[in-house]
Ligand binder design. Sequence first.
Ligand code: GLA
Length: 718
Amino acid sequence: MIVLDRENQIFHLQGPSYSYILCVRQGILMNMYWGRRIPEGNHADLFTLAGEGASFDSPMNRAPREVLTQEKGYFGQRSLGLKNAGGDDVVSLRYQDSRVRAGKKALPGLPASYAESEEEADTLEIDLRDEVSGAAVTLSYTVFRDFDVLARSMSVRNEGGEPLTLTEAQTSVPLPGDEYEIIFLKGAWARERQAQRIPMPQGNFSIQSRRGASGHEHNPFLALVRPQTTEHSGDVYAMTHVYSGSFSASVDVGIDGAPRMMIGLCPDVFSWQLDPGESFQAPEALLAYAPDGLNGLSHRMHSFIRRRICRGFWRDRPRPVLINNWEATYFDFNADRLAEIARRGAEIGCELFVIDDGWFGKRDTDNCSLGDWKVNENKLPGGLKALTDRISALGMQTGLWFEPEMVSPDSDLYRAHPDWCLHVEGRERTTARNQLILDLGRREVQDYLIESVSSILRSASISYVKWDMNRNMTEGFSSVLPASRRMESQHRYMLGLYRVLEEITAGFPRVLFESCSGGGGRFDCGMLYYMPQTWTSDDTDAAERVRIQYGTSLLYPCSSMGAHVSAVPNHQTGRVTPFHTRCNVAMGGNFGFELDLTRLSEEDLRCAREAVARVKKLRNTLQQGEYTRLISPMDGRGRSAWQFTDGQRVIVCIYQDAASPNPQPWHVKLAGLRENAVYEDEEHALKCSGGALMNIGIPVPRAGKDHESWVYCFETGK
Ligand code: GLA
């Protein structure tokens, strides 16, 4: 609901459990409040503007403005940067007008959250303008009736007579008070999204990607919490970016100790020329406040991402159990070998066989053929059709890997179009994994990709696509842009990629798409808008995966995470974990296998078959239920636990790193159950009240070996 008090110029945005209040003072749009929902009414008397009369500081420096521009003594980080024709960057935005619309409009060319009907959301649009330059800004705020997430975006129009250059386009919010800690997700290839919590400094804390992808290093996510906030209680303020390219997310703490939190395009690799009459639409940011701790934040974000970012046929459907050949064969396969693995997969109940890299061009290693999307008939005689027919005969569907955004210097595509890659004339074209990146800002490149991927998908019965992207941008510039627009290259690339993804996913609406970027190097809401799941990490080691999936779950739902059982010793870490533990951890995401099933022992095959049956039985709860973190693997004790609930069923997964001699007994306390309801786990002969499970907890059995794990499944409602 959006309540407008036009007389006092106050805008009260009310979600199911939050309030977000804006007001206009001296013509400037200010943020009065963001936090727990409060009743409607005139709160203007409670709002003070700090900083009056403070020496060496100006009121503007402390004003809680919604858009942070350089003017009248604002010394902090900007969220909107505009270079005027005269070379200065002063921008004085003043309130012009506002309106409320039912529903939510799509953002042109960009992924964004959506409303399914006009009744379920309202959008407030506020117009601001700088009289001197003619820069006109429209801020858009969408409040959802059923979701506790606020969607915000900004567009900028040049209504003046001179060109302007946009140098910063971020969404910023000033937060109340000064006592916070910062949570973010840091990482690297094979170590993605490790949750990190640090004190908030005076000054600036920022994370970025300049890589042309959201990246492995930092996820586009930032949360501010109170020092006493836990998984189950306390304030959380969080932001994420519905975008897959370079980003910046920061907390800028002013002289008064009050933080301004922001997220948006990375200013180091972005600028955009706005000629008179032109507009620019910045990507959307999602804002969420939770009064009930980090799990409260995750519950809100998970349901929103699952149902108002992800789209399409697969959004609410159970995801297939798959078997992928990458770690089973790498490039070394032929049709018979693949069919043999698929046959074993079918025997244990897998539903989808995914042919990973190496099926096209002359690709037997990673140094060639990207761009040549033609099947390698030496490896797969009769083409894809012959192989998919064999797989269909086993009762399984077929999936296929692509890396469409890339080109190998050793490819027919590169030989025909050496200028189609991102590069700088006269400089070396730096390869990574022996490949270059196509300039997706160019229409002809986009069209080539749409046609070449579509024609493969038309050529055989393919029901799943793994869309990979295995390097970051260097010399990331388009050769067809004039010098004054070169810094637009990265964002134009993203707009081109989004067009390609929109066309292909709309053209094949029943195909399940999973994105990937060297594992989880592009795990963000931008990609999830086109593809409802992402390959979480190339690290399939169960012990590592507990931490990766745990961190990922702060923001992203389990239905968005690909999670596979792989061989031991693990290919990334050399670690040996029990087969059932690998299954129990992979159950925390979209379950699959990535190993040579033809080499499994009878015992492991039995375990695999049981795991598949269990996942199929429980996957509605695992993929669509509410996920709650119970014990963190990051607290140094080597234990972790999480739970899934759908009201009727509670699934609890417990994991322990190292066994110890003569151990202290420990319990896992569940969360969010009904106090007086009776919950029963027949397999473990446990039957007790929700109150007992939440306060006494499940007694964890003694671990007889390292990397032990347990799964409990309670039913209630009887
Ligand atoms: C990337 C992906 C892997 C696999 C390989 C194939 O590294 O993350 O899962 O698909 O590419 O080359």
